[in-house]
Design a protein. Structure first.
Length: 534
């Protein structure tokens, strides 16, 4: 079973550290506002007006600013510790001054872009903290001549896709399916989507980046050096600095793509479908992404519904012929396929079943916020028919937890596992995402659903990767190890670090120790720096 989080212990240690190591530190809420503002003013440029960008708890719009990009209702309850301040920079210089001041005052800095962290790590902490909220950094500049885009960290993926589409119908970018996800977390932590088998991850297309480091300097690829540039393409930005922007290479998309969804319950032989899916989805044509969603449902009786959701970078006739041969149990017919432009496939994949137009991709509040918890696993050998039947039984008993199988293969097999910090390349057939979402309020409901997802994850042990049992960093999961020693997190870091990054963890620690030796940029699952010997 999982190691329980020792939160009370965690809290004590942090508060203690803060008092010991920072004589200037103050946890008094009124004075922190003035202290922080004064510090910012002392670093001002001619045009800077800091009083417009700092929200203390007493400010009328504090709660709405805090909640605007808090995308998990588990972390918006009144019992959750609030930041001392939310700083909402509008210029790069604001970001530099915020880093310098948080460091000199001795408060923890949490960086938020899209706020989609599954454990709220960008906007919750047990230590006294300040949020640096990047939502004003939303510009996406597309340069078709060079087939690149400069994307600011606070942009959403929907904005990225929309701005590319405005300029070209035959260019796209491989990133996540959910348009409200932020670039700052998504790209710094890997970023995968339905073009992964053709083009790999988002980070495989990053050609430059701009970051504010712990000294408040703005660095780009040339000045940050190869190691740091490597680290912020999958190792998470928040351990290394504040990402201002990424420059990415665009990819080619055909004028017409095809999407479809096919559902089958157990009574319709879903088990055979899943057996065949495992043989086909990780090995088929790179242009084809066949996501498999498995949900416990009641259809007269309790059953499992298996849904195959697909994107094919080509026309319907071709994919119908291909799957007729490779995946006959799917029974794909031309009538089930929808041909459309790439951007419309983005809207389709976003589950905007409400007739939304392409403009909806710009809407950052399109989804309502529920409570949720996610976990992840990697599968390297197909699960047997009997294994699947046993899993269905467990899922039906639990009742609420869903599994999503995302097929790898294609380009994912070609990129070396140390090319970026993201280590899950060749040898992985698919990734499992565990998901449970709920609307019921209260601790009892939360405890029930968290226990369900943890149980299913535990039942899955025989079927998934081992030594380490690996996990996807961007599917943040504090169950797999939490930093309970604050800045001094070297021991804790080994636990989650190996599972997210495997052999790449070592290089991440080395980079971290070079660029942020004192571990100013730390959080619950940050990359630790080598212990400083007294
Ligand atoms: C509904 C939903 C769908 C998702 N779908 C996918 C998917 O299809 N594919 C996929 O790969 N992932 C997916 N994810 C996971 C997503 O990629 C991660 O949660 C990602 O980290 C979110 O980025 P963010 O900027 O929105 O989050 P935030 O909560 O703002 O940040 C996440 C982490 O990154 C850090 N960070 C944020 N901005 C910066 C910055 N500018 N500089 C330095 N550090 C920063 C934060 O401090 C935090 O540690 C999904 C998440 C959700 C909630
Ligand atoms: C917060 O409140 C202070 C004091 O009333 C005010 O001066 C400041 O402008 C407010 N900040 C914002 C961002 O509105
Ligand atoms: C399920 O499989 C059985 C055995 O192969 C077959 O006879 C039956 O027609 C299938 N049912 C459906 C709904 O496809």
């Amino acid at each position: 079973m999982e190691k329980p989080n020792s939160l009370p212990f965690f809290l004590c240690v942090i508060v203690l550290l803060l008092h010991v190591s920072n004589s200037q530190a103050t946890t008094s809420r009124d004075s922190i506002y003035h202290t922080f503002l004064q510090c910012l003013q002392s670093h001002r440029n001619q045009q800077d007006h800091f009083s417009n960008i700092v929200y203390a708890q007493a400010n009328a719009s504090f709660t709405s600013v805090l909640r605007a990009f808090a995308r998990n209702a588990r972390f918006t309850s009144p019992f959750i510790q609030k930041p001392l301040l939310v700083v909402t920079p509008v210029s790069e210089h604001h970001v530099q001054a915020t880093v310098v001041c948080a460091k000199s005052i001795g408060v923890q800095l949490k960086i938020r872009s899209g706020g989609h962290d599954f454990e709220g790590v960008s906007y919750v902490s047990q230590a006294p903290f300040v949020i640096l909220d990047m939502f004003n950094f939303q510009s996406v500049t597309v340069d078709l001549q060079n087939e690149i885009a400069v994307i600011q960290a606070g942009a959403s993926l929907g904005q990225v896709y929309y701005r590319i589409w405005e300029k070209s119908k035959v260019h796209g970018f491989p990133a996540g399916a959910c348009p409200t996800v932020g670039v700052g977390g998504h790209l710094s932590g890997g970023g995968y989507g339905n073009m992964m088998r053709k083009y790999g991850l988002s980070v495989d297309h990053v050609v430059d980046a701009k970051i504010v480091d712990v000294k408040g300097r703005i660095l780009d690829k040339a000045t940050m050096g190869e190691d740091l540039f490597w680290a912020i393409r999958g190792g998470g930005g928040a351990s290394f600095g504040v990402i201002l922007s990424y420059t990415v290479k665009l990819v080619a998309v055909p004028e017409r793509v095809t999407v479809f969804q096919v559902d089958k319950t157990l009574e319709q032989n879903a088990t055979d479908l899943v057996v065949q899916w495992q043989q086909v989805a990780p090995h088929t044509d790179d242009r084809l992404f066949l996501r498999l969603v498995l949900q416990p449902v009641v259809k007269g009786q309790k059953t499992i519904r298996a849904s195959v959701e697909a994107l094919f970078l080509g026309e319907a006739n071709e994919v119908v012929t291909l799957l007729g041969k490779e995946f006959p149990l799917l029974g794909l017919k031309k009538e089930l396929c929808h041909e459309m432009g790439w951007i419309d496939s983005v809207v389709w994949w976003a589950n905007y079943n409400d007739g939304s137009s392409v403009n909806a991709l710009l809407d950052r509040n399109h989804y309502s916020v529920h409570s949720n918890k996610r976990k992840s696993d990697y599968v390297q050998t197909p699960i047997s028919r009997n294994g699947l039947i046993w899993i269905w039984k467990k899922m039906t008993e639990l009742g609420k937890v869903e599994l999503v199988f995302n097929p790898y293969g294609g380009k994912m097999n070609e990129v070396p596992s140390d090319a970026t910090p993201f280590p899950h390349r060749a040898g992985n057939l698919y990734k499992i995402q565990y998901t449970v979402s709920w609307q019921e309020a209260g601790a009892a409901a939360e405890a029930r659903f968290l226990s369900q997802i943890r149980m299913l994850h535990s039942y899955m042990t025989p079927f998934v990767s081992k030594n380490p049992r690996s996990a996807y960093f961007n599917y943040r999961d504090l169950d797999i190890g939490i930093n309970s020693h604050g800045k001094d997190n070297f021991q804790d870091g080994q636990v989650y670090g190996i599972r997210y990054f495997k052999k790449n963890f070592e290089r991440l620690v080395k980079v971290k120790s070079e660029v942020d030796r004192e571990n100013f940029f730390w959080n619950e699952q940050s990359i630790p720096s080598y212990p400083i010997k007294a």
